[in-house]
Design a protein around this ligand. Sequence first.
Ligand code: ADP
Ligand code: ZN
Ligand code: ZN
Length: 733
Amino acid sequence: MIPEPKANSSPLIWVIAVPSPLHQVFEYLPLSATQVTPQPGARVKVPFAGRDVIGIFLEERRSELTTTTALKRVETLLDKEVPLLGLDQLQLLQWLSNYYLIPQGEALQLGLATAERKGRPTWTAEPDHIALKSGTETIDRIPTRASKQRAAAQFIGEQTVPIASLTKAGFSASVISALVKSGVAEKKLANQHAYPPQSTVTLTEVQHQICATLKAKMTGFTPHLLEGVTGSGKTEVYIECIKEVVAKSRQALVIIPEIGLTPQTKRRFEAALGCEVPLIHSGLTEAERARTWAMARSGAAQVVLGTRSSVFCSFRALGLVVVDEEHDPSFRQQDHPRYSARDVAVKRAQICNCPIILGSATPSLESIANCDRGRYQHHALTQRPHGSKLPDISLIDTRGLALRSGLSEEAIDQIRCTVEKDEQALLFINRRGFAHSLQCEDCGWVADCQNCDSSMAVHHSPPHLSCHYCNTKISAPTYCQQCNSNRLTSRGIGTEQLEILMNRHFSKTPVFRIDSDNIKNIETLSQALQAIARAESAILLGTQMLSKGHDFPRVTCVVVVDADSLLHSPDFRAEERLLQLLVQVSGRAGRAFLPGKVLIQTRSPDHPMMQQLVQRSYSDQARALLVRRGVLRLPPKGAIGLIRSDSKQERDAINFLDAVREQLPIHDEVRLIGPMPTLMTRRANMYRYQIVVHAQTRKAVHSLLEAARDIGSQQKLGRKVSWFVEIDPTETL
Ligand code: ADP
Ligand code: ZN
Ligand code: ZN
C-alpha cells in the first residue's frame, strides 16, 4: 500500500513571473533572510538562465515538487512594502497575457517604467516645483536686504514653477533654499494648478447634453462611444468629463494614437484644466518617463496623456479613460507583444470600475457593433459648433486628363484661389519620395529591392533609390540593368515631386512638406506646425501624418491627390480604412469659421465607395459595411486569428506551419486557410507565410491559437523560424 503523503510535506516556494519567452511561471525558494511574504506585484531579483533578472512575485505556496534540490533561491526582494505593480495592473496584465497569448513574465513587464524593469529603485518623488505658500502677499515679509530672495519670490508670483526655471533665471540654490527655510515658499512635487485655466468655451446645447449624460455616469464601468464629426468639439467633451473626475480626486488617462499629436494636445489640456498633464510616449528619456510614472502612481498627476503604452501605467485612483481617434490603426502594436491599446483600455476601465470614452469622427466597425449589441452607449455630435460647416466633398474624374505631377488643372486652380484669399490648402498623398518606382521605357524593367518583393522608390533630395519596407538605399542607376537603355522614367507621384511643382507654381507661398523624410521627430513636427499656424496663406502637403487629428484653422481646401492607390486592396478592412482616411483628411478643412471644400482626384468616380463618400454620412456607410461583414462572418461579426512564420529559408517557414497545422485539433466551427504566402512574401530577405484561423466566435479562434502556440513551442523548427500566433489581427495579408 502506498502511504498517504504527509500534509505540508512539500516545500514552500514563491511563484515568480520571469521575463522570458517561455509560457510559464517559475518556482523559487523564498528569500532566506526574511519571514515576510511579499505582496503580489512586488519585484524580486532572481537567477535565471545564468544571469540575474527582475521578476514579479505572484504567490507563496507549497511546491508541486517533492524535493527542492533543483530550485534556486530568490536573491533580493526589491519592493518590501508597497509592490510597484498595483493589483489592477496585475489583473490587467494577466488578462493581457492570457488573451493575447503573451508569456506572463513579458506581459507583467509592461506595467513598469523602463528604469523600474531594470530593478532601479522607483523614481524618488523629489519635489521639482516651487510655489509661494500664501501667495505674493508674503513677499513683504522678506527682509529688504535679501533682495535676491525677493526677486525670486516675485519671479514665482502666484504660480507653481519648476525649480529648474528659477535656476535658469540665475537664482542660486542657496537663495531657493533660504526661501523655503523661511517658510515663504514650499517645494511641490508636480506642477499642480500651475496655470489658472486659460481657455474656457461655452458648450453648445448638444455638447452640454452629452456632457450631462456622461457626467451622470462617472462612477462604475460604462463604455461610451462618442461619434462626433471632425471638429465637432469631442475634445471639449473629454475636458468637461475630466474636470468632473479630477474634482472628485480621481485621475484621468487620455490615450491618443500619434506621438506627433502629443505637444499640442498637452498644451490644450493644460490650458483648459490648469494642471500639468505629463506625457508617456516613446520619444521621452528614461528619466522623463520615470517621472510621469511616479506622478501617476503617487496621484500627483491628475491627468496623464500618452500613446499606446500609457494604457499600462500605474495610477493611484484611475477614474476615467479616454481613447481619442479610437479607430486609428496605430493603437494596434504590430510587433511583439501584439495588442490593441483600445481594447486593453476598455478592459482596464472595467477592472478599475470606471467609465471609458472612445471618441472618433470615424469609429471602428468594432465599436459601432458594440453599440448595436448594447455593450457601449452611443453619443452623437453631428455638427460643428457655431455654424461652422462640414466641407463640401467633390470628385475630380482624372481619366483622360493631362495631369501635372499628379494634379489636374481644376485642383491647381482651386489651390490658387485658396492661397490668393490668404487661406491654406492641404494636399494629401499616400507616398513619400519623388516617385513610386523607376522603370525602363524600352523593356519594362523596374528597379526592385534586392531584399523584398517590392520596387524601390525614387528620391531626389538627396538623389537615391530607397525601399520603404526594409530601408535599403542605393544610388539610382542611369542605365537599365536589363537592356542598357538610358531611357529610365519614374512612375507614380510622391510628396517630393508635388513639393517641387507647388514651389514652381506658387513661388510666393510657403510650402510645408510633412512626411517621415523631413519630419524626423516630434520637435521638427512641432516647429512645422507652429510655422503653419503663424503663416497666412500656405500649402501643406504630406502623407498620413497630416491626416490625423491636427487642427489647421486656416485650411479651407483639401486635395486628395490619388484616391485610387488606396481603393484596390484585397484586405477586407481596406474599404473601412479608406473611408476613415478620406473622412479624416477632409475633416482638416474648414475647422474654424472659414468654410471648406475637399477635392478627391480619382479614375474610378463610379466606384460605389466614391459615390457614397459624396452622398452619405460616415455613419451610414459604416453601417452598410457592417452588414457586409455580417454576410461574410468577418470581424466584428466573426473572429479571426493568425499563425505566422518568417524565415530566411522559405521551406522552413512553410514546413513549420505544415507541422503545426497537422497536429492542430479538428474543430467543426473553425476554418483554417493556409499555410499560404503573405501578399508581400519576401521582406528584408525573410519569407513570410501564414495560416488564417476563422470562426464565428472569438472563443473558438482563441482556443485554436492556444493549441497552435503549444504545438509550435514543441517544434524543433520553431527555434529556427521566427513565429507567433495573433488574435484579432489588423493586418491579415
Ligand atoms: P474634435 O475633437 O471633435 O475634432 P475639437 O474639440 O478640436 O473637435 O473642436 C474643434 C474646434 O472647435 C476647436 O478649435 C475648438 O476649440 C472649437 N470648439 C469646440 N467646441 C466649441 C464651443 N462650444 N464653442 C467654441 N468653440 C468650440
Ligand atoms: Zn530596359
Ligand atoms: Zn526592401
